[in-house]
Design a binder for this molecule. Structure first.
Ligand code: DMJ
Length: 640
């Protein structure tokens, strides 16, 4: 996770109503009172209102016109009043035609007003004379048209995407007994982690498995229940029905976003918004949709910056945002503002509110306009000036999931978001040229770039890139597909080496390729392992794309190491030094351990029909979101 890679282990790792205007929110132009679209205030046309709203407006307007006419005909010298008050002009412009012609002009205006008034009354009468069934029919056909067009205005609401039966949320049993057994073991690990959390930290964010109490991280402000929300979909796909039911009840009764404290927009988005959306899509339970949209709305003030690049931190009560004080001259962070796209597009889909999608499409626009040094994206961008901060580039912490979301935005759009596709493959090209290197013993790694100089270090977080290259291989230019898969396999191997070269067979936070070492952590503050998923995530994708048994074998090695060194009496804990002979525990059971690490392990030993990649993409916290088929799309017009 972006921020986390910079922090020592002792600190938390960073790394409407549905139809609320949506269903019938806007009558398409040409509705019952289409001729009155000029009446809309401040550029908002009447076509943006419901039929009933049009009536009310019409009646108010008719009353107003009648009053004006009363004034014109019954007050003394009313035409002057009209021209002097309603059509006031600066004196110099008032009578260039001379007094006589001025009166004629006023008379012309009056005639036009009278005509419009009469026409409005005629149309209102016509509409009122229509039988109720026809009026209902008008409304329905307007709704249908809107749904079919799949578009609306920025100010308007769209028809939220209706719930669709999810594909592949229950898969076949594993074909072979060995995988079945291993998968059962992983489910047992999930149960152990969950039960301990439930017993000792229920409703709090995370568990301290040694002290057997709750752990709170300032990433979520006062929002509580991170482990519950992060675990929902894992519980569901593992068939842990009672636990899922408990979690759902807690969300219904306790999940509260009215917190007067700062939260990390990125963390809250990937864990809470992502977890809720995913739980909705796999279970169809309305509560999750409602909570996701409620939270999404609370995050919107984060985008109130001169460029629309969001703040990293937001007080959800006051709506005041700011950036991490340590981030290059008040910059926002690439991996944070670049990791909102998938969730925000889905928020628009499920709410019918296009604003969410507009916010993230604007981020895309700002980024597209900027010059990129050597085609690379620096990790820092100032949200006020719209200029890059320090030229530090990384596919690990601070940069990682930005690249992941470019690829997944394209895939999630059913491969229609061509801009995202181009940005992704161009970025990978620049990464290959400037950051990817091979060690003297043939290990491929992704270095970090600081103002043109390479630091030959790779973070555990960077290991997700193996899975990303594999997932993107198919869409790469034809002559590059094989190359992307090879690259993915090489990264998987290097990351496996980083595990294998430790005493505990669990990977360090960062490992280096300099000073005579390869894939080994040399600094004490880089030797910790906090139950992170990235290496296992890459094994899972490699297994899906190649079915090479070594990926299951490597995954199983990780299971054994987790059991041996991280499992304690009260749950699972991170480790301070993976090269030591005896584990020293950090006493935190991270919520992503249940959301990601255990889910990816479970998928690794499942058949490919569980959450099939043709139908789902995983957000960066491993929460599955459905690919949005062209025919089902609500927000097409925003994406273009
Ligand atoms: C998770 O919260 C997400 O995967 C994030 O993108 C970075 N990594 C952490 C877990 O390591």
């Amino acid at each position: 996770m972006p921020v986390g890679s910079l922090l020592p282990f002792s600190v938390s790792p960073l790394g409407s109503g549905s139809a609320a205007g949506g269903g019938s929110g806007g009558l398409a132009p040409g509705g019952g009172v289409s001729g009155l679209s000029w009446l809309g205030p401040a550029g908002r046309k009447l076509s943006g209102f419901r039929l009933t709203e049009k009536f009310v407006l019409l009646l108010v307007f008719s009353g107003f016109i009648t009053l004006c006419f009363g004034a014109i005909f019954f007050l003394p010298d009313s035409p002057k009043l009209l021209s002097g008050v309603f059509f006031q002009q600066p004196p110099a412009q008032r009578s260039p035609l001379g007094p006589g012609l001025q009166d004629e002009e006023d008379g012309g205006r009056l005639a036009r007003i009278r005509e419009e008034h009469e026409r409005a009354l005629r149309e209102a009468k016509d509409t009122l004379n229509r039988p109720p069934e026809l009026i209902k029919g008008d409304i329905q056909s307007d709704k249908d048209r809107l749904r079919a067009q799949g578009r609306g205005t920025a100010a308007g609401r769209l028809t939220p995407r209706p719930f669709k039966e999810p594909i592949g949320v229950v898969g076949k049993e594993p074909g072979d007994p060995d995988s079945q057994q291993k998968r059962d073991k992983i489910k047992e690990m999930m149960k152990f982690a969950w039960d301990n959390y439930k017993q000792n930290a229920w409703g709090l964010n995370e568990l301290k498995p040694i002290q057997k109490q709750g752990h709170s991280s300032n990433l979520f402000g006062n929002i509580q229940g991170a482990t519950i929300v992060d675990s929902l979909d894992t519980l569901f796909i593992m068939g842990m029905k009672d636990e899922f039911k408990d979690a759902k009840e807690w969300v219904e009764k306790n999940l509260d976003f009215n917190v007067n404290a700062e939260v990390s927009v990125f963390e809250v988005n990937i864990r809470f918004v992502g977890g809720l959306l995913s739980a909705y899509y796999i279970s169809g339970e309305e509560i999750f949709r409602r909570k996701a949209v409620e939270l999404g709305e609370k995050l919107l003030p984060a985008f109130n910056t001169p460029t629309g690049i969001p703040w990293a931190l937001l007080n959800m009560k006051s709506g005041i945002g700011r950036n991490w004080p340590w981030a290059s001259g008040g910059s926002s962070i690439l991996a944070e503002f670049g990791t909102l796209h998938l969730e925000f597009i889905h928020l628009s889909e499920v709410s019918g509110n296009p604003l969410f999608a507009e916010k993230v499409m604007n981020i895309r626009k700002v980024l597209s306009r900027l010059d990129k040094p050597q085609g690379l994206y620096p990790n820092y961008l100032n949200p006020s000036s719209g200029q890059w901060g320090q030229h530090h580039v990384s596919v690990g912490g601070l940069g990682d999931s930005f690249y992941e979301y470019l690829l997944k935005a394209w895939l999630m759009s059913d491969k229609t978001d061509e801009d995202a596709k181009k940005l992704y493959y161009d970025a990978v090209q620049a990464i290959e040229t400037h950051l990817i290197r091979k060690s003297s013993n043939g290990l491929t790694y992704i270095a970090e770039w600081k103002g043109g100089l390479l630091e030959h270090k790779m973070g555990h977080l960077t290991c997700f890139a193996g899975g990303m290259f594999a997932l993107g291989a198919d869409g790469a230019p034809t002559d590059k597909t094989g190359h992307h898969i090879e690259l993915a396999a090489e990264i998987a191997r290097t990351c496996h080496e980083s595990y294998d070269r430790t005493t505990m067979k669990l990977g360090p936070e960062a490992f280096r390729f300099d000073g005579g070492v390869e894939a080994i952590a040399t600094r004490q503050n880089e030797k910790y392992y906090i139950l992170r998923p990235e290496v296992i995530e890459t094994y899972m994708y490699m297994w899906r794309f190649t079915h090479d048994p070594k990926y299951r074998q490597w995954g199983w090695e990780a299971v054994q190491a987790l059991e041996k060194y991280c499992r304690v009496e009260g749950g699972y804990s991170g480790i301070k030094d993976v090269y030591a002979t005896h584990p020293s525990h950090d006493d935190v059971q991270q919520s992503f351990y249940l959301a990601e690490t255990l889910k990816y392990l479970y998928l690794l030993f499942s058949e490919d029909d569980l959450l099939p990649l043709e139908h789902w993409i995983f957000n960066t916290e491993a929460h599955p979101l459905p690919i949005i088929q062209k025919a089902d799309r609500t927000i097409e017009s925003i994406e273009k």
